[in-house]
Ligand binder design. Structure first.
Ligand SMILES: Nc1ncnc2c1ncn2[C@@H]1O[C@H](COP(=O)(O)OP(=O)(O)OP(=O)(O)O)[C@@H](O)[C@H]1O
Ligand SMILES: [Mg+2]
Length: 441
């Protein structure tokens, strides 16, 4: 822990600093509050001891500034002998404590120790909270309430707490890279480096250098394994790794202890049907890398999520483009739900953006976009992995949501259009968490 000592008198600064340095503190002296302010930021790893009577900015003003920046920073103020009102004022503003001149060095050490302990606790808590909120932020980015997505999130949390290397596989555009970020952020390595390398695009010599070095004079990067030491290395397109690189990687893995210091997340992006990763890698490496594995489910197995995501995406794009989101007809909703989505979330995102652009021009239906989307979307109907009930409910929710939106929350008009009695409509809206107030404008 550091101690910033602020006093305009040189002798005073020196004696305080010497005494505290003897007690093992890392001290830093400043002749004015202004100088000190420039050096003390929100996450200052230490405490402050400051005189009150100083030319320029005095100790009370200094304290106010510090409290405005971080009200938890322990500040100990030095007051003149018998200056009770000043001491009271300092405490009221948020000083940790005060020392009366001439002060007792022992009392100063005790106070400094208490203040440092308090500071350490605050900073530790703060770091922990930041880590957790980053991880939960990433988990929130993974949209989806379907059972497949709930399971995926559980797997991410479990595996993030385990040691050992991880394989992530799944179709293109399913979110494998996003999952790798979430795995890192949710685990014990969250504060450490996360370095991602797409191996597929690099040829063997470049790959070798990027991963292990040595770096050529004209290049300005650190080898991936050095840069990420203690953190996470993500290797995308692991199936393309040339044999020599595989051998070197195996060596690197073997030379690390168990559990490994640096976690490798291998991402497999096998597109060719029938090809399996086990045939692309040497067996010893394959088993080292796949001790733990996560398969990201294809979009077509995520039931409700398809329509929910489509709605969220079109809303976001509409805001970006400054127009109303397109409405989706019952038939279109059915088509979205039944499409095979070979490009998964990425394809859905593209389609949503095109749907918004089309709606902005005031022409065309989503159905026609679906038709033109490489014929894939409408030509194959699939109900793979989707229980009928989930399918029907998603459909129903979508339909009510859209009809409400079109009629700007007029219950009577929605009842008429969907031929539903008021009570049934109310029940269904409650069931799907739809609120009339959201549609009024
Ligand atoms: N569950 C999800 N919720 C929200 N956005 C998602 C989700 N899954 C993926 N995405 C988004 O979809 C896009 C594709 O995801 P990502 O790049 O992670 O897929 P990938 O499986 O790594 O693709 P590729 O196989 O091409 O490497 C990204 O923009 C990502 O943020
Ligand atoms: Mg990817």
């Amino acid at each position: 822990m550091k101690i910033a000592i602020v006093d305009d008198e040189r002798d005073m600064r020196q004696s305080i600093s010497q005494w505290l340095a003897l007690s093992g503190y890392d001290t830093q002296s400043f002749a004015s509050a202004t100088d000190a302010l420039a050096a003390i930021d929100v996450d200052f790893p230490g405490i402050v001891i400051s005189d009150i009577k100083m030319p320029g900015m005095d100790g009370i003003q200094f304290l106010r500034k510090l409290m405005g920046q971080d009200s938890t920073l322990p500040v100990i103020l030095i007051t003149g002998h018998g200056d009770v009102p000043m001491a009271v004022e300092a405490m009221r503003i948020g000083a940790f404590d005060f020392l009366e001149k001439p002060f007792d060095p022992e009392r100063m050490s005790t106070l400094a120790r208490k203040a440092s302990n308090a500071r350490r606790l605050t900073l530790d808590n703060r770091a922990l909270r930041r880590e957790l909120s980053d991880a939960s932020l990433l988990m929130k980015k993974l949209i989806g309430k379907s059972s497949a997505m709930v399971r995926l999130r559980e797997e991410i949390l479990d595996i993030s707490q385990a040691d050992g290397h991880v394989l992530i596989d799944g179709e293109t555009g399913t979110g494998k890279t996003l999952v790798a970020h979430a795995l890192h952020a949710a685990g014990t390595r969250a504060g450490k480096k996360f370095v991602l390398l797409s191996c597929g695009a690099l040829d063997e010599p470049v790959l070798m250098r990027r991963l292990f070095g040595p770096v050529l004079p004209e290049e300005s990067f650190l080898p991936v394994f050095e840069e990420a030491r203690g953190g996470t290395v993500v290797l995308e397109d692991i199936e393309t790794l040339p044999e020599a690189v595989q051998a070197r990687l195996l060596n690197a893995i073997n030379s690390e202890g168990n559990p490994p210091e640096t976690r490798i997340i291998a991402i497999s992006n096998l597109q060719a049907p029938g090809k399996i990763l086990k045939d692309c890698l040497r067996q010893d490496l394959f088993y080292r890398l796949t001790a733990l594995s996560i398969t990201v489910p294809p979009l077509r197995q995520r039931g409700n999520d398809i329509l929910d995501m489509f709605n969220r995406l079109t809303e976001t794009f509409s805001e970006d483009y400054g127009c109303d989101p397109p409405t989706v007809s019952a038939q279109e909703a059915a088509q979205l739900m039944q499409a095979p989505w070979p490009g998964n979330v990425r394809q859905l995102t593209n389609l949503a953006e095109r749907a918004v652009l089309q709606a902005r021009r005031g022409q065309g239906k989503i159905a026609s976009l679906l038709m033109s989307d490489a014929n894939e979307v409408t030509s194959v109907v699939t109900t793979e992995g989707k229980p009928l009930k989930e399918y029907v409910e998603a459909f129903e929710k979508m339909l009510i949501d859209n009809t409400m939106r079109r009629h700007k929350g007029s219950i009577t008009k929605v009842m008429d259009e969907l031929l539903l009695p008021r009570r049934t409509l109310n029940e269904k809206m409650a069931k799907y968490g739809l609120q009339r107030s959201d549609y009024l404008n």
